[in-house]
Every structure is written in structure tokens, then in C-alpha cells.
Design a protein. Structure first.
Length: 255
């Protein structure tokens, strides 16, 4: 399958009809190549559902002791960073983008790699890294007795009071950054958000791609084709043929 390629003057080969196109829409079949607000919103909602489920799990697991709090906080940090970096680096999609049938490529249509995935997520990673550092710093300086005897909600409130003042603005900064992504997307023809400009990427539709990304590898498609070729009846016939063709084992008589 030939990948969608974008030239410097804005031309691309339509993945739906194969015609040469320019701009955001194919003149031949009216196919929209760039992923706009709606598919990105669907993708974002799906990813948010997965992430919020993981957040509640981590919050539950880390409330048992001071050690578990620190360990689970670090595991959670790695999970959320890898969720947005690992999936993009390997597949060009998060699970939400798989559901929305959109994927991330370089501006010329080439596959993205680790460097693009890291750059796309760099702003969130920096902000969350600072917040996680001070969260662990505060926990380590909290009296063990206060940590052990307070409930989770009370503990979070106490930690918020102990956090440096500027960290309270980081959460607001993250929210503003997230919403500004959609605003910036409205004002450029290729529907690029801020992190797309940072990572040198675009998000496109390609109806030829499988929803499950690992099926795109030739070896996986070959295995599936072989499995489909072998029917249950063929298996039974082959098994019966082997039973007839194999000589019977000689029986040993009892002396």
C-alpha cells in the first residue's frame, strides 16, 4: 500500500480514489485528508476515558502507605508519559486515534518515530515532571504520622497547602495549553495543533488503514491469511488421512 505523500507545494495523493489533490479536500472524490475538530474530539474523549480509569486505580493503590504513594506516583508518571509517547512512536496512534481512524505522520507523509513522539508531548511532559517532582518532595517532608492518619481527600488538601505557590498555576497552564490546541487548529489549513508544530507532524485520515495497527505488518497479514485458508473440515480430513496412513503400533503380548 502506497503511503500518502505531501509535497512542499501542498499536493498529495488521495488515499480514497488515488487522484492527485491539493489543499484539504480531494477535488475528485471530496475526501478530507486532514483530521479536524470532530475526529480529534472523539479521539480525546476515548483517551481521556482510559486515562481517568488508570488515574482512579493509581489513586486507590497509592493511599496505603508513604512508600506505596511514592512508588505508584512514579509508575503513574511513566504510564501517562509512555501512553502518549509509546503508542505514537510505534503506531502513530493512541488508542483513541485508532478508534477515530486517524493517525499521525510527518508533514511529508512519512512515518513518525520516537523523536517526533517525544517532541509532540514535550510541553505536557515538562509541566507534569515539575508537578510530580514537587508532589514527591512534599510527601517526603510530610510527617509520617500526618500521612498515616489522614484520609485521601484530607491528605490531598494538606499537600496542596504545602506545595510551592507557583505549582498551582501549572495546572491552569496545562488546561489553557490543552484548549489552545483546538483554537490554533482552526486557524491553519492543515489542522495542526501546537504540538504538531513542535513535533513536525500532521494528523490525517486514511481509510485503507486497519483500525488495529499491528495488522498493518505484512507478517501478521500473512499469518491471518494462512489461518483463513485452513478450514475446520480440512483439518479433520487431514487428521483422518494421517490416522489411516500411519501404521498401527504392534501390540506386545503378555507372557
Amino acid at each position: 500500500m502506497e503511503r500518502v505523500r505531501f509535497t512542499e507545494d501542498g499536493h498529495w495523493n488521495c488515499p480514497k480514489c488515488g487522484a492527485q489533490a491539493s489543499g484539504k479536500k480531494c477535488n475528485n472524490c471530496k475526501f478530507l485528508i486532514y483530521a479536524g475538530f470532530l475526529p480529534r474530539a472523539v479521539s480525546g474523549l476515548a483517551d481521556s476515558g482510559i486515562i481517568k480509569g488508570a488515574v482512579w486505580l493509581f489513586l486507590f493503590l497509592r493511599c496505603n502507605s508513604l512508600v506505596s504513594y511514592i512508588v505508584i506516583t512514579l509508575i503513574g508518571f511513566l504510564f501517562f508519559r509512555l501512553y502518549n509517547i509509546l503508542f505514537v512512536a510505534l503506531w502513530g496512534q493512541t488508542p483513541g486515534k485508532m478508534l477515530a481512524r486517524i493517525h499521525i505522520v510527518q508533514t511529508d507523509g512519512s512515518l513518525v518515530g520516537w523523536w517526533h513522539a517525544i517532541l509532540r508531548n514535550s510541553v505536557e511532559t515538562i509541566i507534569v515532571s515539575v508537578m510530580t517532582f514537587f508532589e514527591i518532595y512534599v510527601v517526603l517532608h510530610m510527617p509520617h504520622e500526618d500521612f498515616a492518619r489522614t484520609m485521601m481527600a484530607q491528605r490531598e488538601e494538606l499537600m496542596q497547602k504545602m506545595m510551592p505557590a507557583f505549582t498551582h498555576y501549572l495546572g491552569f497552564t496545562m488546561m489553557v495549553y490543552a484548549y489552545s490546541e483546538y483554537v490554533v487548529m482552526w486557524f491553519n489549513k492543515r489542522k495542526r495543533a501546537i504540538h504538531d508544530f513542535i513535533g513536525g507532524t500532521i494528523i490525517i485520515h486514511d481509510p485503507r488503514e486497519d483500525m488495529l495497527p499491528w495488522r498493518r505488518f505484512k507478517v501478521m497479514r500473512d499469518i491471518e491469511d494462512k489461518i483463513e485458508e485452513i478450514s475446520f473440515e480440512d483439518f479433520l480430513d487431514k487428521h483422518e488421512h494421517n490416522k489411516i496412513s500411519d501404521p498401527a503400533e504392534p501390540r506386545v503380548k503378555n507372557l
